[in-house]
Structures are given as C-alpha cells and as structure tokens.
Design a protein. Structure first.
Length: 363
C-alpha cells in the first residue's frame, strides 16, 4: 500500500523527524565544507580517463583485424559510454560539480552521449523524480509508463506482455529516458510554441546522435565501416542494459516504498528526507562497479543529497546507516544479484491481475 503519512508509518514523533533532518543537514554541511582540490581533480581525471578510453577503444575497433580485437574494443567502448552516462553525464547534470565554477563541468552546459537532450532530462529527473520521489501520479519514473511496479498502479491487459516490454526497456533504455524527458517538457509547456521548440531540440539531438554513431564514425572507418557500425550498436546496447540494471536496483526492489500524494500536504524537510530514505535502495558494490555505475549503488544517499559529488557517497553512507539504526529505520540494501532478483520478481509478479496475486497469497 502507498504510504499516506510518513510519520505514522515510521512511528516517529515530529521531534524525532526534525532531529533526523538536523543530523542529515549536518552531514551535508560537513561534505560541502570539505570539498576542495582533491574532489576537483577526481572529476577532471575521470573526464580525461573516459575520453582516452573511448579514443583507444575506437582505434582498436578500427585497426584490429581479429575478432578478439573487435570484442576488446567494443567492450572498452561500452565501458567508456557507461562512465560517460553514469559517473559524468548523470552526476554533472545533477549539479554535483557546479561548486567548481568550471563552465565545462557545469550542469547547465554538459551534454551527454545519449539520444535525449540532457536539458530535458534535467527537468524530468532532477525535478519531477527527485522532488516528488515515488509519489504516485507525480513521479513518472514509477514504472516509466511501461512497467507495473506497485499494486497502486491499476492493472491493464498490456502488462501481460511485461517480459517482452521489460527486455525492450533494458535494450533501449536511452530512448526511454529521451522520450520521458520530451513528455515532461510537453506536459509543462506553457504555450504550443514552447512545446514545438522543445520537440525541435529533441529531434535535433536525436539526428546528431544517430549521425555520429551510425553514419559519421562508420564512414571514417572506410572499408571497415561494418565493424565500427556493429561495435557502436553493441556498445550502446551494453550501456543501455547496464544503466537499466543500476536504475531499477535502486528503485524497484521489495521495500522501496511508494507514496500517496497526501504526503505532500504540509511536508517538512524531515518528511522529505524520510521519503527519500524509504523510497530508494542500495546494493553492495566494489570500487570498480560503483565507479562504472556512477556510484548509484548508494541510491539512498544520492536521493538524500542528489547534488553532492558522487565520490563522497561512500563515506556519507556510513553516517546515514548509523542514523537509520539510531531511529530504527529500514536501510534497504543487499548484494547486487539479490537486489536485481528482487526487482525482476516484483516486475513480473505484478504483470498478472491482482486477483491472481491475492489467490497466491491465500493458497
């Protein structure tokens, strides 16, 4: 059931909730006051590494004459695209590095290597998703209009095709993100002219992205254009699936709660913090896996502090977990395979009508 009152659900007093807000504010202050050259060097090194890896991968793809060389180059390209999307595009667009006042690494200027314009994604994600996280009817990231992930979503016959829809969403996740952003811009468009302008921006970005990956770069490979085209298609597919897996593991596992719009009435900062903690999930990952996924294995901490640099989330997670233990709050985490299994179980279980679910519960 969707939570309608956070205080009642958590059994916390108003005093406790505001105390939690104060402690989380203190965590934010501590991180912000300690940001410095080491953090700036981290993001600059990451950008340099990603660009060098992509160039190297493309040279291997174009120059290698063996299948093994093509596989190595394609895997490296997928790795580079994943870093660009997750550790760079996602996090820079959140404003995590705006404090540097570097125009190249600023949320208002960064354009990612995806078919959708990053500016449109910033509205649909930074505002619609992060402000109204898991609020039914407000956060369109709940199921991405393709999947049923809570019984609060009315069942429709089309959900019977969930196994296929789920695979398509994973394979074409960048298109789902792009169309999601375009729809949000259409919904908020104040005039038909404004909506038309956003549609032109969308189509322009799609044309540039498709031309780069599937026309220009293959053409530069001359007689080896087929190898480059196949590598770009494969790398984009691998990147899409990896991003999909990271995102759903942070939002759909059992225990990631949804909320009734009533929670927004008179919501305090403490209530908002609790909603972020209850609606997100972490998974355990080593440094390499965390880096490759933009450190979104710390999804709880990211939702609490979406504009804090990703390289600080690991240390923040220690204090957040201690806070959850102090106030007897759930801290939804588990192994990567476990969290992924739980997301798939939820997605496929809810594909059937509710009557079947109730029958299974009482059997």
């Amino acid at each position: 059931m969707a939570i309608a009152d956070v205080s009642t659900y958590t059994h916390l007093s108003r005093h406790d909730i505001e105390a939690i807000a104060d402690e989380l504010d203190a965590i934010r202050r501590d991180v912000e006051e300690s940001l410095g050259e080491a953090d700036a060097n981290y993001i600059r090194r990451t950008i340099a590494f990603q660009r060098a890896l992509e160039v190297g991968a493309r040279l291997v793809i174009a120059g290698s004459r063996s299948k093994a060389g093509w596989v190595l180059g394609t895997a490296s390209l997928a790795f580079a695209k994943s870093i660009e999307n997750m550790e760079l595009g996602h996090n820079i667009s959140h404003g995590q590095w705006d404090w540097m006042n570097d125009p190249e690494i600023h949320s208002s200027n960064w354009e990612w290597d995806m078919v959708g314009p990053s500016a449109q994604w910033r509205y649909s994600h930074n505002y619609r998703h992060h402000i109204f996280s898991n609020v039914l009817g407000m956060d369109e990231d709940i199921g991405y209009r393709w999947l049923r992930v809570t019984t609060e979503q009315p069942w429709r016959r089309v959900y019977l095709s969930t196994p296929v829809r789920n695979l398509l969403l994973a394979a074409m996740f960048e298109w789902g993100i792009a169309l999601h952003g375009l729809r949000s811009e259409r919904d908020r468009g104040e005039t038909p002219a404004a909506v038309a302008a956003e549609k032109r921006k969308f189509l322009g970005k799609v044309a540039r992205q498709l031309s780069k990956d599937y026309v220009v770069l293959p053409a530069l490979s001359l007689r080896r254009w087929r190898r480059t085209l196949a590598a770009n298609l494969s790398a984009n597919l691998l990147r899409n699936v990896w991003v999909y897996v990271n995102i759903i593991c942070g939002h759909i596992p059992d225990g990631a709660e949804t909320f009734d719009p009533a929670v927004l009435e008179g919501e305090t900062k403490g209530d908002w913090y609790l909603r972020q903690m209850l609606g997100a999930a972490n998974f355990k990952a080593g440094p390499l896996l965390a880096f490759l996924g933009g450190h979104l294995c710390y999804q709880i901490e990211h939702h609490l502090f979406p504009d804090l640099p990703s390289n600080r989330l690991a240390q923040v997670s220690v204090r957040v977990r201690e806070l959850c233990e102090k106030y007897d709050l759930p801290y939804n985490t588990g192994s990567f395979p476990s969290q992924y299994f739980r997301t798939q179980r939820t997605i496929h279980k809810l594909a059937v009508p509710d009557g079947f679910l109730r029958a299974a519960d009482t059997a």
